[in-house]
Design a protein around this ligand. Structure first.
Ligand code: TRP
Length: 362
């Protein structure tokens, strides 16, 4: 789950406003013309997915799949080594991601899940794409900037500097025209749009070889981890989908609240309590205000009981499926290999077209 600050300069604000307007239109078109859209989205395999991922993105992927949109999910394994040295955990985490997706309802018969490293032609697109951006443009990307600040002592790897361009290749290789993102990810999508536009202008003589994708903005409430900080894998404050009901109960029991007895939904003044109420509401299909009212003077103990029950109740069937899937890594690998094969077929076709357009077919 990501936090975002409202953009401060007016150009960024205009960009956000038009992205929001466009995203709203797309959302309406989705229901009656799903076949027009191809969604590409994905995750870095850095660990099992948690409740924040599930409520924020996984559920939405399944929804898109189920309304008939063709969905591609990239397991961005090469992105893991943008900022860490060891590859030891990657293969295991790839299987965790597969289990999380299939358990949530991703259907491999209609949705393609593939690993970035298994699709050479996709990776080759990165080279001509890199010719279309300057290093100054890459350094202006807010995520690259933030990472640079965070990794100052070890330096910024070339892979990290260029990662908005790999993402452009992830999206454009399969003709992705819709990318579900949080607001903080909009700058990456801008790079993809820029790459598509410049490719068409420079190498395609104005022919629309690549389509500029739109953002599908997800309005996900900010969920906090059990320590009151932003919920994230690296903070160790998450409830993972693979956790048991007992582990979930223990995690929520230890969650930070505040000392006021009466439970109220006040996101600004009482962020920890509000986040727990949000989680319960999202899982139970209710409103946080209603849940707060019901708990009333029951205090933090009753709040935690309600949250635990709604999370466990909601996740029970998913966790049941997930356990079965996790016990069968051979099946998970098979599904990935089928996805890889399909992604390769498409990527080779795209690369072939790129070679032709660039006059480099020998
Ligand atoms: N960077 C994304 C993440 O950290 C994963 C990702 C890779 C992605 N390629 C993408 C997301 C293309 C959207 C589109 O989770």
């Amino acid at each position: 789950m990501t936090v975002f600050d409202p953009p401060t300069d007016s150009a960024a604000r205009d960009g956000l406003t038009s992205a929001m307007t466009r995203s709203g239109q797309v959302e309406r078109e989705l229901t009656h013309d799903a076949a027009r859209f191809r969604v590409l989205t994905g995750d870095r395999p850095t660990g099992p997915l948690h409740l924040g991922h599930y409520l924020g993105t996984l559920r939405n992927r399944v929804r898109l799949q189920d309304v008939g949109v063709e969905v591609f999910i990239v397991v961005a394994d090469y992105q893991v080594i943008t900022d860490r040295d060891s590859t030891a955990a990657i293969a295991g985490n790839v299987l965790e991601l597969m289990a999380d997706h299939l358990a949530t309802g991703i259907d491999p018969a209609v949705t393609t899940i593939f690993a970035h490293s298994a699709v050479p032609a996709l990776n080759q697109l990165v080279l001509p794409f890199l010719s279309l951006v300057t290093d100054a443009e890459l350094r202006r990307n807010p995520t690259v900037k933030a990472e640079l600040a965070a990794t100052r002592s070890r330096g910024l790897s070339g892979l990290l500097l260029t990662y908005p361009v790999h993402q452009a290749a992830d999206i454009l290789f399969c003709g992705g025209n819709l990318v579900p993102v949080g607001r903080d990810q909009l700058p990456h999508l801008e790079t993809t749009r820029l790459v598509a536009r410049r490719f068409n202008e420079r190498y395609g003589s104005g022919r629309a070889v690549f389509q500029e994708p739109d953002a599908l903005l997800s309005e996900v409430p900010l969920l906090l981890g059990t320590d009151g900080a932003k919920m994230s894998k690296s903070s160790g404050n998450t409830i993972a989908l693979r956790d048991s009901a007992e582990q979930t109960a223990a995690l929520i029991r230890g969650a930070r609240t505040d000392s006021e007895r009466t439970i109220t939904y006040e996101p600004i003044r009482r962020p920890e309590v509000a986040s727990l109420l949000q989680i319960a509401a999202l899982c139970a299909g209710s409103q946080p205000e209603l849940i707060a009212e019901k708990i009333g003077h029951g205090g933090a103990g009753e709040l935690k009981r309600v949250v635990t029950e709604s999370v466990n109740e909601h996740l029970r069937p998913l966790r049941h499926r997930r356990q079965e899937l996790a016990a069968n890594p051979g099946y998970l690998l098979d599904v990935l290999r089928v996805g890889n094969a399909r992604a390769n077929e498409i990527a080779e076709h795209t690369l072939d077209e790129v070679r032709a357009v660039m006059g480099m077919k020998y």
